[in-house]
Design a protein. Sequence first.
Length: 147
Amino acid sequence: MEEAARIRVYLDGAAQPLAEYTPPASFSLDTTRLSDGEHTLRIEASDATGRIGARRIPFEVRNGPGITVSGLRAGSKVHGTVEMRLNAFHGEEPFEPRRAESPSPIPVWTWVMCVFIGAWAAWYAAEMWNVPPEFAKTPTYYSASVR
């Protein structure tokens, strides 16, 4: 006698399936019951002849508050004392600007861009300071107080 096709859903290497269905099927995973972090969903399907196919889907649960860290990045090489700023905030908490922001140093590229814009503005002002004589008496440059 032939077996009916089946789909079994496993979570994190469990021996017993979370759910078992006859295809086609819909499945809902309530991540609020899972701990934050990495998990793996394994789906096994068997056809009427008994052959089994499997698929693994790694995913990460983040139901808890978001965490920001300034002062240390993944893979950093550090020595001595490392100063860090830590923050955690969840979207369902009442909005409190002081806690919602994660202050961190201004990126180097921002400072470079500001210096570049400042240097360009200074060069432009210096170039425009002395009006060419042929334009000195035009309405754009002419000052009524100068005669």
